[in-house]
Write a protein that binds this ligand. Structure first.
Ligand code: PMP
Length: 387
């Protein structure tokens, strides 16, 4: 089976629409010329629409982790106290980057599979009477577990405390509602290979006016990630260094598709995919790691049934059906498998993957009737048509 025949159901990179693939192959242009100026202005405005923000926004030629590092080095000085909320691998990563760049990191860890409790955030914040905490780091959608944090409640928990709220929305932005300005999010980072339906290689960072003021006095080391420099060049319609031109063309096309569909519909589409997958696996008697109330629209983590490891299921899905799902990370390795349902994933592809899963389970002695899960999923399609 070729990769083109696969069902790529990872929580990123996601499949890429054909028109975006075509846009990626456009000829190179002068990145200091008028065509690029028009392009960067158009795509920056487009990404801001997905962010629902009028804040400044810069595009880095980098993986999502690059934008996370940019967030740390532009707004946090060595010695600054930082509250890092973690509900999994990516919350840990944000904390680790901050520590690497000299922040005094205080972690607030929650069990993997659960949401961060805003009340516990409030407790820490209200004890910080002399405002030593300069920033609060939080993951929007924790990709290692499939749990979405209640970012609005966390913002509310900060009350009038002046700490910057910095959000890693790499896998959640575009898949779920995250209105940057309405919720007052100071710094939000995201990446191209998720709901944006692009290949990996671009990442985004928005910064509120307050965050930009703070960045002017920030003492951390930076060169590639320097926000001030990126903004100066953006005013001229350029980037400080050579941009990933092909990905800019891809982004232009992907934004057209997303904005034509409308952000609200994009978010609804992701929710429908989430409901399909959760309905299917539950009807098979499997348990998602995350409860319904905190379940991500980007991906679903499924606990492997006893006796059949998650990695064996993944291997059988791949070898026999070309269905590609992700494994568990770190302590969740072989415990869960993760079905990505974001970006350019078609709902019917999810039905196909669930059908394959049903067969794999059946053939490995798991007590299930063929059709037990997929019938319920088909009913959801029927309901959608009737609604
Ligand atoms: N944060 C989250 C929530 C993510 O899902 C990912 C990627 N899986 C990252 C950060 C890092 O992105 P990248 O792999 O592009 O560096």
């Amino acid at each position: 089976m070729t990769v083109e025949q696969q069902y790529l159901l990872l929580p990123g990179p996601t499949p890429v629409p054909t028109s975006v693939l075509r846009a990626l192959s456009k000829p190179m242009i002068n990145h200091r010329g008028p065509e690029f100026k028009e392009l960067i202005e158009e795509v920056t405005e487009g990404v801001k629409k997905i962010y629902q923000t009028n804040n400044e926004l810069v595009i880095f030629p980098a993986a999502g982790t690059g934008a996370m590092e940019a967030a740390i080095v532009n707004f946090i000085s060595p010695g600054d106290k930082v509250l890092a909320i973690s509900i999994g691998v990516f919350g840990d990563r944000f904390a680790k980057i901050a520590a690497e760049f000299g922040a005094d990191v205080h972690k607030l860890d929650f069990p993997w599979g659960q949401q961060a409790d805003p009340n516990m955030v409030r407790d820490v914040i209200t004890q910080d009477k002399d405002h030593q905490i300069k920033a609060v780091l939080v993951t929007h959608n924790e990709t290692s577990t499939g749990v979405v944090n209640d970012i609005k409640a966390i913002k509310d928990a900060l009350g009038n405390h002046p700490a910057l709220l910095m959000v890693d929305a790499v896998s959640g932005l575009g898949a779920m509602n995250l209105p940057t300005d309405e919720w007052g999010l100071d710094v939000v980072v995201s990446g191209s290979q998720k709901a944006f339906m692009l290949p990996p290689g671009l990442s985004f960072m928005s910064a509120s006016p307050r965050a930009i003021e703070i960045s002017k006095n920030c003492k951390n080391h930076k060169f590639y990630w320097d926000l001030d420099s990126a903004l100066k060049y953006l005013r001229k319609g350029q980037t400080p260094y050579t941009p990933a031109l092909s990905l800019f063309y891809g982004l232009q096309e992907a934004l057209k598709l997303l904005l034509d569909e409308g952000l609200e519909n994009v978010i609804k589409r992701h929710k429908f995919c989430r409901d399909l997958v959760r309905t299917g696996v539950k009807a098979m008697g499997l348990n998602p790691l995350a409860d319904d109330a905190v379940a991500s629209s980007s991906l679903t983590s499924v606990l492997a049934p006893e006796g059949i490891g998650a990695n064996k299921i993944r291997k059988l899905l791949l070898d026999r059906f070309g269905v590609v799902v992700a494994g568990g990370q770190q302590k969740l390795d072989d415990v869960i498998f993760r079905i990505g349902h974001l970006g350019f994933v078609r709902p019917l592809d999810l039905l196909a993957a669930l059908a394959a899963l049903e067969i794999v389970l059946y053939e490995n002695g798991y007590p299930i009737k063929i059709g037990q899960g997929t019938n319920k999923v088909q009913e959801l399609f029927v309901k959608k048509e009737e609604a």
